[in-house]
Write a protein that binds this ligand. Structure first.
Ligand code: MCA
Ligand code: AMP
Length: 500
């Protein structure tokens, strides 16, 4: 089965049902399933007419807007591969993605053109077309492309995710992988066509794109899309009775709580069907405070770009704070020691997963792919998540305990210290740099940089330099100049000794 089959079933059920509501300040626009797919056909025809072939990559540098949804579906309809790019990415990150993935088209919006103009002198071989969603007339009027029927093994998404090496790697995600996550969530979270999802997460990552948008459209449900998370607007929608589900990263729930804390009015959300959290650990206090305030028990789940969704607290049953529940239908999960041997229930170790949801490998990186999987004695291929976890022997629920790789998760975005350290070390005078995560109530964690410099430097200038190179959310929230980095006898930096 491919994703188009899933969508076809949903729209055939009721072409007049509302698929997408776009909320732009005071203005609202709505597309039925029939209207949405008519437009998708037009755009897919135009893309194919302009030379897009099955298997070609289309990079999207777009914020949440209806055209994001239309272009995403049109890319899939044309048999091509969607490569979403985080809007906070700047020259260094964009050049890496575009040169590695060699997309044929780059789709953007007018307000991003100044940022993309910085790439004018970059060598982006293979990029044939820049499409601006405010000017898509050139795609209209083309003959309908031949029916494309990607197989389950064909790529649907190429999603970049930070590697331990510093540079991010493209996860090759097939139609079959996405179908596996989507069908598991449809069943596990009891989706139905009458559901209305409030979606404010960015569509350029798995949480917004797959867990939110794609699953809702496969359910025949309604997506109420906002440009971004704005606390007031989200509270208004949640309280209005116009939506049934809301998905967020922990920072969003913290912001909802902060806003409610200053108001005397009640924040009862018992009319909602489901609040979900993922992408970063949800503090048990946040879980509890949301329950006390709204009457809703957040359902926390766990996933990765490479795997889609793996584990979930139950829809019907106990949702236990601090846990991520049990494997979703079709997913197997195990905890192993350093030799990849399964440990007894209750013991800690690395979490490994397998199932039809797990990606096939990284783009152009066979060694990194090989290093990410382990084959067990029965020939099963397990993905090494790099997350540390344990299973409760009584309940069977998994708890995440940290990460074996150096990863900072800030507001649901991943930051690899190595990438920031590399950028810092290109700054004149900096001899060594170490970036570590510091706990933050607002963001979960934030990056802090320790640097050793040959000359005195203004940290403001250094921060400005970082901003010109990498996404603003990766820029260290604090820079400290120190005499030397603590190292062990082998010269390896001892990050745990740094005074965060
Ligand atoms: C924005 N800023 C941040 C972050 N976001 N700093 C640290 N961490 C962040 N995540 C900074 C900006 O650099 C800027 O700093 C200032 O905040 C305001 O920027 P703005 O864009 O206006 O911020 P915002 O709109 O308030 O965004 C905060 C946010 C956003 C809504 C929490 O970060 C967000 O949407 N996060 C969700 C990420 C997500 O969807 N992750 C899922 C990944 P300055 O003013 O200094 O420039 S998928 C995944 O993880 C897996 C598969 C899974 O399991 O789901
Ligand atoms: P990404 O690289 O964006 O795919 O992020 C995947 C990582 O997010 C996982 O490896 C986890 O470390 C983290 N993650 C996702 N969901 C959760 C969760 N519910 N609790 C803790 N960490 C999570």
């Amino acid at each position: 089965m491919n994703l188009l089959d899933l969508f076809a079933i949903a729209r055939a059920r009721d072409p007049g049902a509302p698929a997408l509501q776009w909320v732009d300040g005071e203005r609202e626009t709505e597309w039925s399933y029939g209207e949405l797919w008519d437009e998708v056909e037009v755009l897919a025809s135009g893309l194919a007419h302009q030379g897009l072939r099955p298997g070609d990559r289309v990079a999207c540098y777009l914020g949440n807007r209806p055209e994001f949804v239309l272009i995403y579906l049109a890319i899939l309809r044309a048999g091509a591969v969607m490569l979403p790019m985080n809007l906070a990415y700047r020259r260094r990150e964009l050049e890496h993605l575009l040169s590695d993935a060699q997309p044929r088209f780059l789709v953007t919006e007018e307000c991003q053109l100044p940022i993309l103009a910085e790439l004018a002198d970059s060598d982006l071989a293979g990029l044939k077309e820049l499409l601006v969603v405010e000017r898509l007339e050139s795609l209209r009027g083309a003959p309908r492309p031949p029916e494309s029927a990607p197989s389950g093994d064909d790529l649907a998404l190429l999603m970049y995710t930070s590697g331990t090496t510093g540079a991010s790697k493209g996860a090759r995600i097939t139609h079959g992988n996405v179908v596996a996550t989507v069908t598991a969530l449809l069943a596990a979270w009891d989706w139905s066509p009458s559901d209305r999802l409030l979606l404010t997460l960015p569509l350029f990552h798995t949480h917004g794109l797959v867990v939110g948008l794609t699953t809702a459209l496969a359910a025949g449900a309604t997506v109420r899309l906002h440009r971004k998370f704005e606390t007031e607007a989200v509270w208004a929608d949640l309280l209005s009775g116009e939506v049934d589900l809301f998905f967020g990263v922990p920072t969003l729930y913290q912001r909802l709580l902060d806003r409610a804390g200053t108001s005397p009015v009640p924040f009862d959300l018992s009319h909602l069907r489901l609040l979900c959290s993922g992408s970063a650990p949800l503090p048990a206090e946040t879980h509890q405070s949301i329950e006390e305030l709204t009457g809703q028990t957040i359902l926390e789940r766990y996933g990765m770009t490479e795997t889609g969704m793996n584990l979930s607290n139950p829809y019907a049953g106990a949702r236990i704070p601090g846990t991520v529940g049990k494997p979703l239908p079709g997913v197997s999960a195990r905890i192993v020691d350093a030799e990849d041997r399964e440990v007894p229930a209750g013991d800690q170790g690395e979490l490994q997963v397998r199932g039809p949801n797990v990606f096939e490998g990284y783009w152009n990186a066979p060694e990194k792919t090989a290093a990410s999987f382990v084959i067990d004695a029965t020939g099963h291929r397990w993905f090494r998540t790099g997350d540390l976890a344990c299973v409760d022997p009584t309940t069977g629920y998994f708890t995440l305990l940290g990460r074996s790789r150096e990863l900072i998760i800030s507001g649901g975005y991943n930051i690899y210290p190595r990438e920031i350290e590399e950028v810092l070390c290109t700054y004149p005078g900096i001899r060594a740099a170490a970036v570590v995560g510091r706990p933050s109530t607002e963001w979960g964690e934030v990056p802090v940089a320790f640097i050793v410099s040959d000359r005195s430097l203004a940290t403001d200038d250094l921060v400005a330099f970082c901003r010109s190179q990498i996404a603003a959310f990766k820029v260290p929230k604090e820079v400290r100049v120190i005499e030397a980095l603590p190292t062990n006898a082998l010269g390896k930096v001892q990050k745990h000794l740094l005074p965060t």
